[in-house]
Design a protein around this ligand. Structure first.
Ligand SMILES: Nc1ncnc2c1ncn2[C@@H]1O[C@H](COP(=O)(O)OP(=O)(O)OP(=O)(O)O)[C@@H](O)[C@H]1O
Length: 481
């Protein structure tokens, strides 16, 4: 028999939960105040799960949680919270609560699933287990203290049903860390889907995220499910979230607040239970201050904040990373000399692990097949030492010639003034085709200028490598696992 304890001053909530879980065969004990709670004899009455409202009139729910966990450490605590107390719920998780759920409960199935998942999971948390999950995610942990603390914290939050914001410079491993979160979470058997919010146009991103109905726009030849629908019970990774337009931000806020959304061109409301992990290499709080990013959305995403340190602050991990990258390239008997490691550790890696991966791949590709020992001389670091942030005065940026575009826009507007009809879909299609033509030609030219070095090409164009691959059509804008 499962013993469930409900602590809530709202009598209706207690009655509702008692009814719901009694029907499933649980024995439910409801207390409406801290005094009733302290009358329980916790040495005789043992609970497997407790659902606790943090806002009680006569005491702070956190102290009840601490008292309960002290006497019954194995009891799983599920915090019930309103939106305004989400931060306190996270505090409660740090004090030993297993998860939280928002009130009012508008999805009873979700509530039942969450309780059942908690009862069925007793997650091992040994270092060996964490290490094996990290390996599976392609994440080398290394010796760096800050990185180890980050992985432990990440493992803990991965078990909870909370949104996570990962920040860190480009190439530090935000996507890899998000895969680790998914693999370590109770959702690991569901899908992990990633989308880059900066790599595609606003309208395409909207239809990627929310799906579309047949005929919703030119080219929508059939109905398509969006990522919030596909990843409904899994994890949705929103990369480069700072690049999402204001309109997309409004739509994301709605889905995160209500778990409801509509496909483009539909009026039917759909529900999603996707867990969102967002990543940004820009400081999102800064973007909020600059009014580029919505504050309400920031708080929804930033329930848990993880910051990955740049590679220059964890150079002791370079040898381990290099060995991992050697194996990833399919080499089994190649070693780097001490001098080679020293050279790599003396460099500051503005492009972080992605840049290190490129250097290792380039070095291995250029080395003689027979060579099993790579020396410092054989390592070619980046041809252009890019500044970490911003641009140096010597960097020249080509500005966009506004005139022809502006002239075209004026012509279109004038034409429409003089006629009744205009085929907007055709015009927008032409704009899209032109956009991809310009993108591709500039990428190819950048590759010529940098003798095929993609990292440098991406830097010249001020775009991410992912976007460069996307423009070259080598990588779709979404990644499914
Ligand atoms: N801890 C790690 N262990 C092994 N490989 C790593 C690690 N972190 C990152 N990498 C590798 O570095 C490259 C970049 O990683 P990833 O795409 O996750 O970075 P990112 O921070 O998401 O980049 P961006 O900001 O450009 O989106 C990938 O090849 C990835 O496999």
């Amino acid at each position: 028999m499962i013993n469930l304890l409900v602590i809530d001053d709202e009598k209706e909530v207690g009655t509702f939960l008692s009814h719901l879980f009694s029907m499933k065969g649980y024995k439910v004990e409801v207390v409406n105040s801290s005094s009733e709670f302290f009358q329980l004899d916790l040495s005789r009455q043992s609970f497997q799960i407790a659902m606790i409202d943090l806002r009680l009139p006569d005491c702070d729910g956190l102290s009840l949680l601490q008292h309960l966990k002290k006497h019954q450490p194995h009891c799983k605590a599920l915090i019930m919270t309103g939106y305004s107390t989400v931060k306190t719920a996270v505090e409660a998780i740090k004090l030993g609560a297993s998860d939280y759920i928002e009130k009012p409960f508008d999805d009873i199935n979700l509530l039942e699933t969450q309780v059942e998942q908690l009862l069925s999971t007793s997650v091992p948390s040994s270092q060996a287990f964490i290490q094996s999950l990290a390996n599976e995610a392609g994440l080398v942990v290394g010796k760096n203290h800050a990185m180890n603390k980050l992985i432990d914290a990440t493992f803990k939050v991965s078990q909870k049903n909370v949104n996570v914001l990962i920040e860190g410079e480009t190439g530090t491993g935000k996507e890899v860390l998000s895969r680790f979160i998914h693999l370590a979470s109770p959702r690991s058997h569901e899908s992990f889907i990633g989308v880059n919010c900066g790599a595609i146009s606003e309208s395409l991103l909207e239809s990627e995220l929310f799906g579309h109905e047949k005929g919703a726009f030119t080219g929508a030849t059939q109905q398509r499910k969006g990522l919030f629908e596909i990843a409904s019970n899994g994890t949705l990774f929103l990369d480069e979230i700072a690049d999402a337009s204001q309109a997309i931000q409004v739509k994301l806020l709605r889905v995160l607040e209500t778990r409801e959304f509509m496909r483009v061109g539909s009026v039917q409301t759909l529900r999603t239970n996707a867990r969102v992990v967002a990543a940004s290499n820009e400081n999102l709080q800064q973007a909020v201050l600059q009014k580029k990013f919505r504050e309400d959305l920031f708080y929804r995403l930033n329930v848990v904040h993880l910051e990955i340190p740049p590679l220059r602050d964890r150079k002791e991990d370079i040898p381990l990373l290099v060995n991992h990258l050697i194996q990833r390239n399919g080499y089994t008997s190649v070693n780097f000399t001490d001098g080679a490691y020293e050279k790599l550790q003396n460099y500051d890696w503005p492009g972080n692990i992605r840049e290190l991966a490129n250097v290792v791949t380039r070095t291995l590709t250029l080395t003689d097949d027979e060579n099993t020992e790579i020396t410092a001389d054989e390592i070619i670091l980046s041809a252009v030492a890019a500044p970490l942030k911003g641009k140096s005065s010597s960097e020249q940026t080509i500005s966009i010639p506004k005139d022809p575009l502006e002239q075209w826009r004026e012509t279109l507007v004038k034409e429409f003034e003089q006629s009744d009809k205009i085929n907007l879909d055709d015009i927008l299609l032409q704009v899209k085709q032109l956009e991809s033509l310009i993108g591709r030609e500039l990428v190819l030219q950048a590759l010529q200028k940098t003798y095929g070095n993609r990292t440098e090409a991406a830097r010249c164009l001020q775009i991410s490598m992912r976007k460069l691959r996307y423009i070259l059509n080598e990588k779709t804008n979404t990644t499914h696992t």
